[in-house]
Design a binder for this molecule. Structure first.
Ligand SMILES: [Zn+2]
Length: 91
């Protein structure tokens, strides 16, 4: 599998680290215990298209949001994740 980094171009998988489902949002400080438990421990096991967080540690060190089909590994979109990676888009 190869990933097209928006900053570095097409690179092989070994340069990236998988960081999991991009959908869960960290609960606010003081959130209910159930909400924190769900965020930390519960994940969907999607067979199909899902958004994932990847880290390009072997390249630009940006956090990326990759839209990938978990059955075929087909990647339909790669974009900077919110945070440091997104700040580089207009640089
Ligand atoms: Zn990169």
């Amino acid at each position: 599998m190869r990933i097209v980094c928006p900053f570095c171009g097409e690179r092989e998988l070994g340069e990236f680290t998988y960081l999991g489902d991009a959908k869960p949002v960290r609960p606010a400080t003081g959130a209910a215990e159930d909400e924190v438990y769900d965020y930390v421990y519960l994940r969907d096991n999607i067979a199909g298209v899902m958004s994932e967080n990847w880290y390009h540690g072997g390249g630009c060190r940006a956090w990326l949001k990759v839209t990938r089909n978990t059955l075929t590994h087909e990647i339909s979109a790669v974009e900077p994740a919110l945070g440091a990676g997104a700040a580089k888009v207009d640089a």
